[in-house]
Write a protein of this length. Structure first.
Length: 183
């Protein structure tokens, strides 16, 4: 009796027809594999593994930026909004270096883990499983949210996270439109 129930369950699972996978989902999954696999995973892993050797370079860049900031502040016209904006960018660049030193390995590890998660999510969506979409959304929230949480309101970090968040949101919308083709 028990084996009959298991066989019925297996037959029922096998007979679920998801229909043909739309070409658009295939294209989105391929783009996700390329971006998540190369940019997030490979670059994040490389930067994670080489981070310690680049610490001295980061510290020397901070000294150079502070010297350039001093020269710029001596020649800035405070009534000119363009020059004030440039000074704010320089401040953000200087402020982000100690944060990069403190959180660099963590942020690179986040990129690697989110890259792996996005690859798995894309494989699941390629197989037309809805759970892949929710995994993808959670991964992108972590990919954008964790750096903002750790680094705070630094202008350069926020602009990078917002740019990544924008493209992630576009992909979430594009995948979301195709959820009807997933089970």
């Amino acid at each position: 009796m028990e084996t009959e129930w298991n066989n019925d369950l297996i037959d029922e699972q096998v007979s679920i027809d998801k229909g043909p996978r739309p070409v658009f989902i295939t294209v989105l999954c391929i783009l996700t594999w390329i971006y998540s696999g190369f940019i997030d995973f490979m670059m994040g892993l490389y930067q994670y593994l080489t981070f310690d050797s680049k610490m001295a370079q980061l510290i020397s860049q901070q000294d150079l930026l502070e010297d350039q900031k001093e020269m710029m502040l001596n020649n800035i016209d405070s009534s000119n909004p363009g020059e004030q904006f440039a000074a704010n960018i320089m401040d953000s660049a200087i402020d982000i270096i100690p944060l990069a030193i403190e959180y660099g390995k963590t942020l690179n590890l986040v990129a690697v883990l989110c890259g792996i998660t996005c690859i798995v999510a894309a494989v699941l969506m390629f197989k037309q499983l809805k759970v892949g979409f929710f995994l993808y959304v959670a991964s992108l929230i972590a990919y954008v949210g964790i750096p903002v949480y750790l680094v705070g309101d630094n202008m350069l970090m926020l602009s990078g996270s917002l740019l990544g968040g924008f493209f992630g949101l576009v992909f979430i919308i594009l995948y979301g439109v195709n959820l009807k083709h997933m089970k």
